[in-house]
Write a protein that binds this ligand. Structure first.
Ligand SMILES: NC(=O)c1ccc[n+]([C@@H]2O[C@H](COP(=O)([O-])OP(=O)(O)OC[C@H]3O[C@@H](n4cnc5c(N)ncnc54)[C@H](OP(=O)(O)O)[C@@H]3O)[C@@H](O)[C@H]2O)c1
Length: 304
Protein backbone atom coordinates (compact mmCIF):
# COMPACT_ATOMS: atom_id res chain seq x y z
CA UNK A 1 0.00 0.00 0.00
CA UNK A 2 1.53 3.33 -1.05
CA UNK A 3 2.08 6.52 0.98
CA UNK A 4 -0.69 9.12 1.16
CA UNK A 5 -0.52 12.16 -1.14
CA UNK A 6 1.02 14.22 1.68
CA UNK A 7 3.83 11.63 2.09
CA UNK A 8 2.38 10.21 5.32
CA UNK A 9 2.05 6.49 6.02
CA UNK A 10 -1.22 4.93 4.82
CA UNK A 11 -3.93 4.99 7.52
CA UNK A 12 -5.17 1.67 8.96
CA UNK A 13 -8.37 1.69 10.98
CA UNK A 14 -8.47 -1.26 13.40
CA UNK A 15 -12.07 -1.89 14.50
CA UNK A 16 -12.10 -3.94 17.71
CA UNK A 17 -8.63 -2.62 18.66
CA UNK A 18 -8.91 -3.46 22.37
CA UNK A 19 -9.73 -7.12 21.66
CA UNK A 20 -7.16 -9.93 21.76
CA UNK A 21 -6.16 -9.75 18.08
CA UNK A 22 -6.83 -6.02 17.85
CA UNK A 23 -4.04 -5.33 20.38
CA UNK A 24 -1.54 -7.34 18.30
CA UNK A 25 -2.55 -5.87 14.94
CA UNK A 26 -2.53 -2.29 16.30
CA UNK A 27 0.94 -2.74 17.80
CA UNK A 28 2.51 -4.50 14.80
CA UNK A 29 0.72 -2.32 12.27
CA UNK A 30 2.30 0.86 13.60
CA UNK A 31 5.57 0.04 11.78
CA UNK A 32 3.99 0.46 8.35
CA UNK A 33 0.70 2.31 8.97
CA UNK A 34 -0.69 5.25 10.85
CA UNK A 35 -2.90 3.10 13.06
CA UNK A 36 -6.25 4.47 14.26
CA UNK A 37 -7.86 2.38 17.01
CA UNK A 38 -11.63 2.04 17.10
CA UNK A 39 -13.65 0.45 19.90
CA UNK A 40 -17.23 0.23 21.04
CA UNK A 41 -16.61 2.68 23.90
CA UNK A 42 -13.86 4.99 25.12
CA UNK A 43 -14.00 3.43 28.58
CA UNK A 44 -10.61 2.65 30.10
CA UNK A 45 -8.49 2.29 26.96
CA UNK A 46 -6.59 4.42 24.45
CA UNK A 47 -9.31 4.44 21.83
CA UNK A 48 -8.97 7.00 19.02
CA UNK A 49 -12.52 6.76 17.74
CA UNK A 50 -15.74 5.13 18.95
CA UNK A 51 -17.38 2.76 16.48
CA UNK A 52 -20.19 0.44 17.52
CA UNK A 53 -20.53 -1.83 14.51
CA UNK A 54 -24.11 -2.71 15.49
CA UNK A 55 -25.05 0.97 15.04
CA UNK A 56 -25.07 1.98 11.37
CA UNK A 57 -24.81 5.72 12.12
CA UNK A 58 -21.79 5.15 14.38
CA UNK A 59 -20.03 3.12 11.64
CA UNK A 60 -20.70 5.77 8.99
CA UNK A 61 -19.62 8.68 11.21
CA UNK A 62 -16.51 6.87 12.47
CA UNK A 63 -15.27 5.78 9.06
CA UNK A 64 -16.05 9.16 7.49
CA UNK A 65 -14.11 10.98 10.20
CA UNK A 66 -11.02 8.73 9.91
CA UNK A 67 -10.99 8.31 6.08
CA UNK A 68 -8.79 5.19 6.31
CA UNK A 69 -6.88 3.65 3.40
CA UNK A 70 -7.45 0.21 4.93
CA UNK A 71 -9.74 -1.27 7.57
CA UNK A 72 -9.11 -4.39 9.67
CA UNK A 73 -12.50 -5.52 10.98
CA UNK A 74 -11.79 -7.55 14.13
CA UNK A 75 -14.84 -6.52 16.17
CA UNK A 76 -17.23 -9.41 16.70
CA UNK A 77 -19.11 -11.40 19.27
CA UNK A 78 -16.30 -13.95 19.27
CA UNK A 79 -17.53 -16.22 22.08
CA UNK A 80 -19.10 -19.20 20.31
CA UNK A 81 -21.28 -20.15 23.31
CA UNK A 82 -22.54 -16.58 23.75
CA UNK A 83 -23.52 -16.50 20.05
CA UNK A 84 -25.51 -19.69 20.57
CA UNK A 85 -27.30 -18.20 23.60
CA UNK A 86 -27.84 -14.75 22.04
CA UNK A 87 -28.34 -15.30 18.30
CA UNK A 88 -29.96 -11.86 17.82
CA UNK A 89 -26.88 -10.11 19.17
CA UNK A 90 -24.60 -12.38 17.11
CA UNK A 91 -26.42 -11.49 13.88
CA UNK A 92 -26.54 -7.77 14.75
CA UNK A 93 -22.79 -7.54 15.39
CA UNK A 94 -21.25 -10.28 13.23
CA UNK A 95 -23.46 -9.99 10.14
CA UNK A 96 -25.10 -6.55 10.09
CA UNK A 97 -22.02 -4.94 11.64
CA UNK A 98 -19.80 -6.43 8.93
CA UNK A 99 -22.29 -5.28 6.30
CA UNK A 100 -22.21 -1.67 7.57
CA UNK A 101 -18.42 -1.61 7.67
CA UNK A 102 -18.19 -3.11 4.17
CA UNK A 103 -20.70 -0.55 2.80
CA UNK A 104 -18.67 2.30 4.28
CA UNK A 105 -15.42 0.88 2.84
CA UNK A 106 -17.04 0.51 -0.58
CA UNK A 107 -18.24 4.13 -0.42
CA UNK A 108 -14.80 5.62 0.35
CA UNK A 109 -12.71 3.03 -1.56
CA UNK A 110 -10.87 1.66 1.52
CA UNK A 111 -9.27 -1.76 1.47
CA UNK A 112 -11.00 -4.20 3.85
CA UNK A 113 -9.77 -7.22 5.78
CA UNK A 114 -12.47 -9.27 7.50
CA UNK A 115 -11.62 -11.95 10.08
CA UNK A 116 -13.56 -15.17 9.78
CA UNK A 117 -13.20 -18.59 11.31
CA UNK A 118 -12.70 -22.30 10.73
CA UNK A 119 -16.14 -22.69 12.32
CA UNK A 120 -17.67 -21.97 8.90
CA UNK A 121 -16.92 -25.69 8.34
CA UNK A 122 -18.42 -28.72 10.11
CA UNK A 123 -15.04 -30.31 10.87
CA UNK A 124 -15.88 -33.67 9.27
CA UNK A 125 -13.22 -33.39 6.55
CA UNK A 126 -9.51 -33.55 7.34
CA UNK A 127 -8.17 -30.42 5.67
CA UNK A 128 -10.19 -27.54 4.21
CA UNK A 129 -9.11 -25.36 1.31
CA UNK A 130 -10.49 -21.92 0.47
CA UNK A 131 -12.66 -23.50 -2.27
CA UNK A 132 -14.54 -25.89 0.03
CA UNK A 133 -18.24 -25.14 0.58
CA UNK A 134 -19.12 -23.78 4.02
CA UNK A 135 -21.14 -25.98 6.42
CA UNK A 136 -21.35 -24.27 9.84
CA UNK A 137 -22.64 -26.15 12.90
CA UNK A 138 -23.04 -23.21 15.29
CA UNK A 139 -24.73 -19.81 15.28
CA UNK A 140 -21.24 -18.21 15.42
CA UNK A 141 -20.09 -20.15 12.33
CA UNK A 142 -23.33 -19.32 10.54
CA UNK A 143 -23.00 -15.57 11.24
CA UNK A 144 -19.41 -15.58 9.97
CA UNK A 145 -20.38 -17.51 6.82
CA UNK A 146 -23.17 -14.99 6.12
CA UNK A 147 -20.86 -12.05 6.81
CA UNK A 148 -18.21 -13.42 4.41
CA UNK A 149 -20.82 -13.47 1.64
CA UNK A 150 -22.09 -9.96 2.35
CA UNK A 151 -18.59 -8.48 2.67
CA UNK A 152 -17.39 -10.01 -0.59
CA UNK A 153 -20.50 -8.87 -2.45
CA UNK A 154 -20.09 -5.27 -1.26
CA UNK A 155 -16.29 -5.10 -1.54
CA UNK A 156 -15.11 -7.55 -4.22
CA UNK A 157 -11.45 -6.77 -3.39
CA UNK A 158 -11.95 -7.58 0.34
CA UNK A 159 -9.67 -10.02 2.13
CA UNK A 160 -11.42 -12.70 4.19
CA UNK A 161 -9.00 -14.37 6.57
CA UNK A 162 -10.28 -17.61 8.11
CA UNK A 163 -8.58 -18.60 11.34
CA UNK A 164 -8.94 -21.89 13.27
CA UNK A 165 -7.67 -20.96 16.78
CA UNK A 166 -5.40 -18.10 17.75
CA UNK A 167 -2.96 -18.47 20.65
CA UNK A 168 -1.25 -15.61 22.44
CA UNK A 169 -1.25 -13.35 25.48
CA UNK A 170 -3.22 -10.17 25.09
CA UNK A 171 -2.15 -8.87 28.50
CA UNK A 172 -5.66 -7.42 28.91
CA UNK A 173 -8.47 -8.91 30.98
CA UNK A 174 -11.74 -9.69 29.23
CA UNK A 175 -10.35 -10.49 25.78
CA UNK A 176 -10.90 -13.72 23.88
CA UNK A 177 -7.38 -15.06 24.57
CA UNK A 178 -7.59 -18.73 25.52
CA UNK A 179 -4.04 -18.70 26.87
CA UNK A 180 -4.76 -15.72 29.16
CA UNK A 181 -7.83 -17.42 30.60
CA UNK A 182 -5.95 -20.71 31.04
CA UNK A 183 -3.11 -18.95 32.88
CA UNK A 184 -5.59 -17.07 35.07
CA UNK A 185 -7.27 -20.34 36.06
CA UNK A 186 -4.00 -22.05 36.85
CA UNK A 187 -2.84 -19.07 38.94
CA UNK A 188 -6.05 -19.40 40.94
CA UNK A 189 -5.41 -23.16 41.40
CA UNK A 190 -8.33 -24.10 39.12
CA UNK A 191 -8.54 -27.06 36.73
CA UNK A 192 -8.43 -26.45 32.96
CA UNK A 193 -10.51 -28.92 30.92
CA UNK A 194 -10.04 -29.45 27.19
CA UNK A 195 -11.31 -31.77 24.51
CA UNK A 196 -9.34 -34.81 23.37
CA UNK A 197 -11.62 -35.05 20.33
CA UNK A 198 -11.34 -31.60 18.72
CA UNK A 199 -8.18 -30.93 16.72
CA UNK A 200 -7.07 -27.58 15.32
CA UNK A 201 -4.08 -26.13 13.45
CA UNK A 202 -3.60 -23.07 15.67
CA UNK A 203 -1.61 -19.95 14.86
CA UNK A 204 0.10 -17.52 17.21
CA UNK A 205 -1.28 -13.98 17.28
CA UNK A 206 2.07 -12.48 16.22
CA UNK A 207 2.33 -14.56 13.03
CA UNK A 208 -1.35 -13.98 12.26
CA UNK A 209 -1.01 -10.19 12.63
CA UNK A 210 2.05 -10.24 10.39
CA UNK A 211 0.09 -12.14 7.73
CA UNK A 212 -2.78 -9.64 7.98
CA UNK A 213 -0.43 -6.73 7.39
CA UNK A 214 1.33 -8.47 4.49
CA UNK A 215 -1.99 -9.38 2.85
CA UNK A 216 -3.27 -5.81 3.18
CA UNK A 217 -0.09 -4.25 1.82
CA UNK A 218 -0.24 -5.94 -1.59
CA UNK A 219 -3.42 -4.83 -3.34
CA UNK A 220 -3.30 -7.88 -5.65
CA UNK A 221 -4.34 -10.04 -2.66
CA UNK A 222 -8.10 -10.48 -2.48
CA UNK A 223 -10.66 -13.13 -1.57
CA UNK A 224 -10.48 -15.89 1.02
CA UNK A 225 -7.25 -16.98 2.73
CA UNK A 226 -6.80 -19.70 5.34
CA UNK A 227 -4.38 -19.24 8.24
CA UNK A 228 -2.98 -21.82 10.65
CA UNK A 229 -0.05 -24.06 11.49
CA UNK A 230 1.43 -26.82 9.31
CA UNK A 231 0.11 -29.54 11.63
CA UNK A 232 -2.70 -30.08 14.17
CA UNK A 233 -3.06 -30.73 17.89
CA UNK A 234 -6.07 -31.66 19.99
CA UNK A 235 -7.22 -28.98 22.41
CA UNK A 236 -6.10 -31.20 25.27
CA UNK A 237 -2.61 -31.58 23.79
CA UNK A 238 -2.42 -27.78 23.49
CA UNK A 239 -3.24 -27.46 27.20
CA UNK A 240 -0.67 -30.16 28.06
CA UNK A 241 2.01 -28.40 25.98
CA UNK A 242 1.45 -25.15 27.90
CA UNK A 243 1.31 -27.01 31.21
CA UNK A 244 4.69 -28.61 30.45
CA UNK A 245 6.27 -25.25 29.61
CA UNK A 246 4.78 -23.60 32.70
CA UNK A 247 5.41 -26.56 35.09
CA UNK A 248 1.71 -26.92 35.93
CA UNK A 249 0.86 -30.06 37.98
CA UNK A 250 -1.09 -32.87 36.33
CA UNK A 251 -4.09 -32.46 38.67
CA UNK A 252 -4.85 -28.99 37.18
CA UNK A 253 -5.70 -30.53 33.79
CA UNK A 254 -8.73 -32.58 32.79
CA UNK A 255 -9.32 -34.41 29.52
CA UNK A 256 -12.86 -34.00 28.11
CA UNK A 257 -13.75 -37.15 26.16
CA UNK A 258 -17.17 -35.89 25.09
CA UNK A 259 -18.72 -32.47 24.51
CA UNK A 260 -20.08 -31.02 27.77
CA UNK A 261 -23.84 -30.35 27.56
CA UNK A 262 -25.14 -26.84 26.96
CA UNK A 263 -22.28 -25.65 24.76
CA UNK A 264 -22.43 -24.58 21.12
CA UNK A 265 -21.62 -27.40 18.72
CA UNK A 266 -17.98 -27.44 17.60
CA UNK A 267 -16.47 -29.25 14.61
CA UNK A 268 -14.06 -32.10 15.34
CA UNK A 269 -11.22 -31.43 12.92
CA UNK A 270 -10.47 -27.90 11.83
CA UNK A 271 -7.35 -28.06 9.72
CA UNK A 272 -7.28 -25.01 7.43
CA UNK A 273 -4.87 -25.62 4.56
CA UNK A 274 -2.42 -22.76 4.10
CA UNK A 275 -0.84 -23.19 0.65
CA UNK A 276 -2.57 -20.02 -0.64
CA UNK A 277 -1.34 -17.74 2.15
CA UNK A 278 2.15 -19.24 2.10
CA UNK A 279 2.40 -18.46 -1.63
CA UNK A 280 1.87 -14.71 -1.10
CA UNK A 281 3.23 -13.96 2.39
CA UNK A 282 6.92 -13.83 3.34
CA UNK A 283 6.23 -14.85 6.95
CA UNK A 284 6.47 -18.68 6.94
CA UNK A 285 3.74 -21.03 8.15
CA UNK A 286 4.78 -22.17 11.65
CA UNK A 287 4.56 -25.65 13.16
CA UNK A 288 2.36 -26.19 16.25
CA UNK A 289 5.54 -26.38 18.34
CA UNK A 290 6.59 -22.92 17.12
CA UNK A 291 3.08 -21.57 17.73
CA UNK A 292 3.14 -22.75 21.36
CA UNK A 293 6.61 -21.27 21.99
CA UNK A 294 5.89 -17.92 20.35
CA UNK A 295 2.51 -17.52 21.99
CA UNK A 296 4.10 -17.83 25.42
CA UNK A 297 6.90 -15.41 24.65
CA UNK A 298 4.97 -12.53 23.13
CA UNK A 299 2.27 -10.27 24.53
CA UNK A 300 0.34 -7.81 22.40
CA UNK A 301 2.73 -4.92 23.11
CA UNK A 302 5.91 -6.84 22.21
CA UNK A 303 8.15 -9.71 23.36
CA UNK A 304 8.39 -10.78 27.01
N1 LIG B 1 -9.24 -15.67 18.87
C1 LIG B 1 -9.51 -16.68 18.08
O1 LIG B 1 -9.10 -17.83 18.36
C2 LIG B 1 -10.29 -16.47 16.80
C3 LIG B 1 -10.47 -17.56 15.95
C4 LIG B 1 -11.17 -17.38 14.76
C5 LIG B 1 -11.67 -16.14 14.43
N2 LIG B 1 -11.50 -15.09 15.28
C6 LIG B 1 -12.07 -13.80 14.89
O2 LIG B 1 -11.07 -12.79 14.98
C7 LIG B 1 -11.68 -11.55 15.35
C8 LIG B 1 -11.00 -10.99 16.59
O3 LIG B 1 -11.18 -11.94 17.64
P1 LIG B 1 -10.54 -11.77 19.09
O4 LIG B 1 -10.07 -13.12 19.47
O5 LIG B 1 -9.63 -10.62 19.11
O6 LIG B 1 -11.88 -11.45 19.92
P2 LIG B 1 -12.13 -10.43 21.15
O7 LIG B 1 -10.95 -10.41 22.06
O8 LIG B 1 -13.45 -10.83 21.70
O9 LIG B 1 -12.24 -9.04 20.41
C9 LIG B 1 -13.40 -8.63 19.74
C10 LIG B 1 -13.58 -7.16 19.97
O10 LIG B 1 -14.81 -6.77 19.32
C11 LIG B 1 -15.41 -5.81 20.15
N3 LIG B 1 -16.84 -5.66 19.88
C12 LIG B 1 -17.86 -6.49 20.25
N4 LIG B 1 -19.04 -5.96 19.86
C13 LIG B 1 -18.75 -4.78 19.24
C14 LIG B 1 -19.52 -3.79 18.62
N5 LIG B 1 -20.87 -3.87 18.57
N6 LIG B 1 -18.90 -2.72 18.08
C15 LIG B 1 -17.56 -2.60 18.14
N7 LIG B 1 -16.77 -3.51 18.72
C16 LIG B 1 -17.35 -4.59 19.26
C17 LIG B 1 -15.16 -6.30 21.56
O11 LIG B 1 -15.31 -5.21 22.44
P3 LIG B 1 -15.86 -5.44 23.94
O12 LIG B 1 -14.75 -6.18 24.64
O13 LIG B 1 -16.06 -4.04 24.40
O14 LIG B 1 -17.13 -6.23 23.81
C18 LIG B 1 -13.71 -6.78 21.44
O15 LIG B 1 -12.81 -5.73 21.72
C19 LIG B 1 -13.16 -11.84 15.54
O16 LIG B 1 -13.82 -11.54 14.34
C20 LIG B 1 -13.20 -13.33 15.80
O17 LIG B 1 -14.44 -13.87 15.42
C21 LIG B 1 -10.82 -15.21 16.47
Amino acid sequence: MSLRENGNLPRLLVIGARGFLGCFVSHRGSSCYEVVKADRTHAGYETDVVIDVADAASVRAGIDSVRPDAVALLAAVSDIDRCQREPGLAVAVNVHGAEEVASACARIGARLLFTSTGAVFDGRKHGYSEEDAVSPLSVYGETKAQAEKVVRALVPSALVLRVPLVLGRSGRAGSNSLLDSMMRRWSAGEVVSASTLESRNPVDAGTLSQWMLELLTDECNRGIFHAGATDTMTRYDIVRAYADCLHIPEQLMRAEREQPPGRAPRGLHHLLLTSKISAVCATPVPSCKEVIERSLNEVAEGSL
